[in-house]
Design a protein around this ligand. Structure first.
Ligand code: ZN
Ligand code: ZN
Length: 261
């Protein structure tokens, strides 16, 4: 099937809109008409760092409407509104014990995309979806059905950035009501963590970032205090002042060595 996609022809080059072929629908696959896609930092890394093998199609926060289902798909049907998340194998030990994000085959199933140049076919799809396209062919495991009245453009980033921040707090840190948490870096992932901390009932929710506008948004979404970081700012001291003894929980979303240390 011929579709249109934003193609990464070469590492570091801008996307080019062009035609590409999607492979046949497999028995466990669904074909989705993509209505919206978030852009995550991993898409930028995919385009600019050689993570994928160009020509490739990136995009891994897709949302849309199911157009066709494979013969073994039983709980999704044509017309369903869906959000698409990461791929997992479904049969390794981590998948079988409820941790698909730690799937043993995560790298090969997700951090990969390639268009075969002889046939112009998208033979491997980024995060199992390659959502920077008009259609996406996805294994049913990656797909979550949502209510039809939900705005697909708002739902799309739930597939990666928002669930990463929110589930880091709700499923991993599991902060006790009344506890304190610091969130370093309040982009999409950090802001989601802030919202989750509010839902969890944290007393002190401290946002730390270099950018004033992000800190303002963090306070709108639930942060009780914010710290504008910088070379001369002693963040630990400020957190002590705010909490009167430090935080029980901290989440880093920056990936900056100095912040983690
Ligand atoms: Zn992502
Ligand atoms: Zn697995």
């Amino acid at each position: 099937m011929k579709i249109q996609a934003a193609i990464t022809q070469e590492t570091g080059k801008p996307f080019e809109i062009s035609d590409v072929e999607l492979p046949e629908l497999g028995p466990k696959d669904v074909l989705i008409k993509v209505k919206a896609s978030g852009i995550c930092h991993t898409d930028v890394s995919g385009r600019d760092t050689g993570m994928v093998d160009p020509p490739a199609v990136l995009g891994h926060e897709g949302a849309g409407i199911i157009e066709e289902t494979g013969t073994e798909v039983t709980d999704l049907q044509k017309g369903d509104h869906v959000v698409v998340s990461f791929a997992s194998c479904g049969h390794c030990d981590n998948c079988m014990t409820g941790h698909p994000a730690h799937c043993r085959h995560y790298g090969e199933l997700n951090l990969n995309s390639h268009i075969d140049q002889d046939t112009n076919t998208l033979v491997s799809r980024f995060f199992g979806q390659s959502s920077f396209a008009t259609y996406s062919l996805v294994n049913q495991r990656n797909v979550v059905k949502i209510d039809e009245d939900m705005d697909l453009a708002l739902a799309a980033p739930l597939g990666c950035g928002l669930q990463t921040g929110a589930s880091s707090v709700l499923n991993v840190l599991k902060p006790e009501p009344g506890s304190s948490i610091a969130v370093y870096g309040v982009g999409a992932v950090g802001l989601s963590a802030i919202m989750a901390a509010k839902i969890a009932g944290c007393k002190n929710i401290i946002a730390v970032d270099l950018h004033e506008n992000r800190l303002e948004l963090a306070e709108e979404l639930g942060a009780t205090a914010s710290i504008k970081s910088g070379k001369d700012v002693n963040i630990a001291e400020k957190i002590q002042e705010i909490t009167g003894g430090g935080v029980q929980h901290a989440l880093d979303t920056t990936g900056v060595d100095m912040v983690v240390a």
